[in-house]
Write a protein of this length. Sequence first.
Length: 166
Amino acid sequence: MPTRLQFRTLAEVGEETFTHAVQRVTEGKLDRLDRARVEQSGPAEAARQYVQLLKGVEFLPARWVLGYLADGRLCGLVVPQKLDDKEGTIDCIGVVPEMRGSGYGLNLLLKGTALLQQGGFRTVVAETDADNRPFHAELERAGYRHHGTLRCFRCDLARGRPAGPE
């Protein structure tokens, strides 16, 4: 499928522009963890913290990409990263709110997948919130297949010590 987007890397646009793009694609996102981060820290700070988190996993500015329309408007972004020596992951992907529902997520997903394939990865893992049905559909259109289940548990140690043996 040909893309309707023009891609620019973080290396080309700079970290400030990329961080602002993370903030934009997080607006109204279906992912509950992203929404919680925004509620806790505010949109700009949540985006800054998330970029720092992503950089701690694997920072390859030439592989982190923003997608733009031909008229220069930001459409979205994708951050493909290394999971291990054989598997890559789509660690962050999103479309700005005003362009959702137009299939651009598929273009971003295919770009991220291609970058991982070019990097020699044989498998790509993409995890998403259980309620994010639009992204589930994009994953299936891109050839991804549902595999297993994932449940995320958190323990907020700032609220006190977890119960358990001493």
